[in-house]
Ligand binder design. Structure first.
Ligand SMILES: Nc1ncnc2c1ncn2[C@@H]1O[C@H](COP(=O)(O)OP(=O)(O)O)[C@@H](O)[C@H]1O
Ligand SMILES: [Mg+2]
Length: 253
């Protein structure tokens, strides 16, 4: 059974999509079968993995319960992908209707058996899409930037996790917080690491040992739709993502 990992943070620009891309490609390097699911209407993960959204079944159709997930899986040169696009912002999930949280989890059904890892990228919101991702997930990974606003947002995220655990997924595990776009040369970044570790402790969230350093290679690889691990294997941030994959495996993923 594939392990389902949701990458989430209601803030935009914190490295969710880059991390989802890196996990999908990183786990695949270890000869694992990976499915990437893009639940963000911005569709950045779909683009970075070379998936199409025109005239194709996508995550929208899966969540609208118009097609089985199998029909929405695209095999691109980089990965197996369920793509997402702007139509996701109009998906009509009625949170007054019983069972709305379980649509994705149910849709995954027996597709889970065909993969080792299923990585879900989520939108910058705590929305019906995010709750569907949290309900389908075994584990949640939270990228944050080394700034005080990121730390403030963690409390709200934690409230949503608590609600999901109570109502739809008692087994949701917090894999941890990962600091991204980190600049080890600034004093602020180093102080934030200390503060992040304190807040993480308070919330019972592990702060992962691995920190992802800032590098333009991450944006470049995504815009060129290439595998960062092949495109720039020696790059600092790419090395950091390798360590992140290793650390997650060591933690039992
Ligand atoms: N480690 C990094 N170093 C430099 N730029 C990064 C890094 N990670 C992400 N970025 C860039 O920062 C922007 C936001 O990252 P992204 O992964 O799209 O965040 P989110 O999905 O949370 O909005 C993108 O332009 C991305 O290419
Ligand atoms: Mg994103």
């Amino acid at each position: 059974m594939g392990v389902v990992v949701a990458v989430a943070n209601q803030k935009g620009g914190v490295g969710k999509t880059s991390t989802a891309n890196a996990l999908a490609l990183g786990f695949q390097r270890g000869r694992k079968k990976v499915l990437a699911i893009d639940l963000d209407p911005q569709g950045n993960l779909s683009f970075s993995l070379g998936a199409e959204t025109d005239n194709m079944p996508t995550a929208f159709h899966v969540l609208a319960q118009e097609c089985a997930i199998g029909a929405a899986i695209q095999k691109t040169p980089l990965a197996d992908v369920v793509a997402g696009d702007i139509t996701l912002s109009s998906v009509n999930i009625d949170s007054a209707q019983e069972g709305w949280e379980f649509i994705l989890r149910d849709a995954l059904g027996n597709v889970r058996a065909a993969y080792d890892y299923i990585i879900i990228d989520t939108p910058p919101a705590l929305s019906v899409l995010t709750v569907n991702a949290f309900t389908a997930a075994d584990g949640l990974l939270v990228p944050i930037l080394a700034d005080i606003f990121s730390l403030q947002g963690l409390t709200r995220l934690n409230d949503t996790v608590a609600r999901v655990r109570e109502y739809s997924n008692p087994d949701l595990q917090l894999l941890g917080i990962v600091l991204t776009r980190f600049n080890p040369r600034t004093v602020l970044s180093r102080e934030i690491r200390v503060t992040a570790s304190m807040i993480a402790d308070e919330l019972g969230l592990p702060l992962l040992k691995t920190t992802i350093r800032a590098s333009v290679a991450i944006a470049e690889a995504q815009s060129m739709q290439v595998d960062m691990f092949k495109y720039m294997p020696r790059n600092n941030a790419v090395q950091d993502y390798k360590h992140l994959v290793r650390e997650l495996k060591e933690r039992g993923l």
